[in-house]
Design a protein around this ligand. Structure first.
Ligand SMILES: Cc1cc2nc3c(=O)[nH]c(=O)nc-3n(C[C@H](O)[C@H](O)[C@H](O)COP(=O)(O)O)c2cc1C
Length: 385
């Protein structure tokens, strides 16, 4: 997609996300990760410390706001509020795909929608964002990626991939041939760490090994379970009367991909992946699910849609009070869960995972089917790339 087409696409996506039901409604399988409580916990809620070091920065909470917006005037207040929020609570954030700033005649408002992020969050952990397809189409991809990084003084860059989205948007799409070689070059030539990010369809061990070997600094798993890119594309094409049909019209690929928790297990349960920094999201909706993700190896848990809808009471009216209340609720739920498990911090959480977590149902079948060992022989230490 050309930058100007992409901007239109982003705007239409945002409108669809804010007005329509684009969430995945199947099981997200976090309930099949079962915590065994500590009936004699010695840890009070206020004893719990959720802080973590990640990418050389100390974060008060192991949370990242997923990439959401950028490139349009209407997105300036959204990015402004998100950056104020991430700065205030000392958490990480991504930004929306930045391809529009690569144009020589980039619109002032488009630029502003990204500049505002560093203005409002000068010291926080901010990740630049660009699609793998842009890297493949670029004549000088190292220069381009360096440009988007420098533009927001990013701490790292996320390269997102979604073959499903590419095909839904343009069935002539030819895939990602050559991307791993380009990522390999980027990891050598850029001055910041490179992350690879899936876009709501998950990643498997087979996907990530060549990327890790190519030098990526970490993986952002965004699996099936929350915002559904297939639902967004389905709903965009429907007429008003079709949208009112109940049950909602589905297309065969609405549920394509790996549920987030299965994707996480597929990667984190393998001892050879124990050093890989992981950001995990896609359908994480409460503090208990967030703690499960951290216990199973996520370093940061990411939320995108919940942040967007909390901040936007209506398109155009960002509301920071809603966002603050939602965030404090999530943090409290995380602390209560950790207290009830008897752990004070993320390091201790990882240490008890073998004894206090069991996998049931289809999640257990996934682990068996993928020849994974559970409980794991290792636990992941708290790491910092
Ligand atoms: C309106 C909207 C725009 C998004 N734009 C981007 C983007 O530009 N780049 C990207 O990597 N992810 C993008 N995402 C994906 C999110 O960062 C996140 O991975 C996804 O929504 C799953 O998380 P969730 O279930 O918490 O929403 C977007 C999501 C939404 C809802």
């Amino acid at each position: 997609m050309k930058p100007e087409e992409f901007l239109h696409y982003q705007l239409k996506t945002m409108e669809t996300v804010l007005k329509e039901d684009i969430q995945y409604h199947g099981k997200n399988y976090w309930k099949e990760v079962y915590f065994i409580p500590n009936a004699l916990t010695p840890i009070g809620v206020n004893d719990v410390d959720l802080s973590i070091d990640f990418m050389g920065k100390h974060l008060k909470y192991p949370i990242c706001v997923g990439s959401l917006a950028g490139g349009y005037k209407k997105f300036i207040p959204i990015n402004e509020k998100i950056a104020e929020f991430t700065a205030k609570y000392n958490i990480a954030q991504g930004v929306g795909d930045q391809r529009c700033i690569l144009q020589d005649d980039a619109d002032e408002d488009a630029l502003k929608s990204y500049q505002v992020v560093r203005e409002k969050n000068p010291d926080g952990l901010v990740l630049a964002n660009i699609s793998g397809t842009v890297i493949l189409e670029s004549k000088d991809y190292v220069k381009d990626v360096q440009k988007i990084v420098d533009f927001i003084k990013a701490d790292g860059v996320e390269i997102w991939v979604s073959p499903l989205l590419d095909i839904l948007v343009d069935p002539r799409n030819t895939g990602y041939q050559g991307l791993i070689e380009r990522i390999h070059n980027l990891t050598y030539q850029l001055h910041v760490p490179v992350f690879i990010k899936s876009f709501t369809t998950g990643l498997s061990n087979e996907d990530i090994r060549p990327l890790w070997d190519a030098g990526v600094a970490g993986i952002n798993i965004q699996g099936v379970g929350g915002t559904s890119i297939a639902r967004i594309e389905t709903v965009k094409d429907l007429s008003t009367s079709q949208k009112q049909t109940y049950p909602p019209i589905k297309r065969p690929f609405d549920f394509w991909g790996i549920p987030t928790v299965w994707s996480l297990l597929d990667i984190s349960l393998r001892p050879e992946n124990r050093e890989i920094p992981l950001i995990v999201g896609g359908g994480i909706r409460n503090g208990r699910e967030a703690v499960k993700a951290l216990a199973l190896g996520a370093d940061l848990v990411s939320f995108a849609y919940p942040v967007l809808i909390e901040i936007m009471e209506d398109f155009g009216y960002p509301d920071e009070e809603n966002l603050k209340n939602w965030f404090l609720k999530i943090i409290t739920q995380m602390k209560i869960t950790m207290s009830l498990l008897g752990v004070r911090n993320i390091k201790e959480l990882r240490q008890i995972v073998r004894n206090r977590t069991i996998l049931i149902g289809r999640t257990h079948e996934w682990v068996r089917g993928r020849n994974l060992q559970y409980p794991p022989a290792h636990y992941k230490d708290v790491c910092s790339p």
